[in-house]
Ligand binder design. Sequence first.
Ligand code: PLP
Length: 431
Amino acid sequence: MSDLLPRHRAVMPNWLSLYYDEPIEIVRGKGNRVVDAEGHTYLDFFAGILTNMIGYDVPEVREAVERQLATGVVHTSTVYLLRAQVELAEKIARLSGIENAKVFFTNSGTEANETALLLATYVRKSDQVLAMRQSYHGRSFGALSVTSNRAWKNNSLSPFNVHFLHGADRHLPQFGGMSDADYIKACVEDLRHVLATAVSNDVAALIAEPIQGVGGFTMAPDGLFKAYKEVLDEEGILFISDEVQTGWGRTGSAFFGIQNHGMTPDMMTFAKGLGNGFAVGGVVARGDLMDAPHAIGLATFGGNPISMAAANATLDYVLDNDLQSRAAITGAILIDGLREARGRLPIVGDVRGKGLMFALELVDPATGAPAPALAARFMEETKKLGLLAGKGGLYGNVLRMAPPLTLTDDEAREGLGIILAALETINKETG
Ligand code: PLP
């Protein structure tokens, strides 16, 4: 092990949790693989942290950034015109499906959500916000206050008055055995009850992740958010879809995750994969909402020329290579393969996902209880076999996988082989 871990521990916060018993120092990437400081190569099934959406060392992205660097990188924020900003905004506005959409660029998902919530609370003249149980929206006060993942909360300070709705968490006994249609009906009744009893009549917005990322890739049934939106529309309550993890075709079946629910939100927030490793986030919103405040201030580095160059090149690459369709194909290889194996592997409690965003829950085979220790064991075993994954969920027993959208069919089958081999080993150990 290198000397980096003790040095990291000495100067960086204790609460930064590192994956793996002996954390990996990644020093290079190429295609859909990364290499560590000791020369080991890994198939990256977490795409960095959903950041390297089209893999590593992509010539189109590198050359776009190099061309921008060669200009001297004059950075003027948003107070002068920048062609790459306008071009990217045009593409995102068109892809969003939102009417008369306008875009504001930030540097992160947290800032994007802050901006969307600021717009919503400004327009609606209200500090009341609805959010989803088990959500994660970032680490500012505003974003944390609509986060419902207790591991991330240090206090209850909140600029908003927040009420949490049911969606992807179906663990309560009253939801047991319900069909999706009945569950959606129950959720809508609960929303109506919240609106009737828990708030005054000027709620600003609902913010929701189409598939909950940090929450463990938990999924509300398709159609739930459309049903919610119909109720919200009755009162003019805005719908913010947090697409930080689900955007750009990752779910295979839709370009933005919320489109799986058959609806168009009022605003979407994005970040993570768009810059393929370069920091870029933002909000795309109905023009009347975006234009409503007299000013919300610029984000000095939001829309900076390097990020814009990387993001334009990344988004063009996704569209030119129809990576959304590729995610549907490779995702099916993986999800079908894992579902097929589930019957003979009692440690696997649930397999879920859409496209290249899928998860396994590991459980105690005797009791069915969440088994975070087995998930930790899975991480070590797959590391040994040359694959990186993500871990999380409310109980720490969810293995989250979101490979680059450029994953080939052969790499999908190779990854599936590694995952199954690791599961077989752990299953035997626990049997
Ligand atoms: N929203 C979602 C759904 C996320 O998963 C994250 C980060 O994981 C964020 C917002 C916050 O994004 P950032 O870490 O870029 O601030």
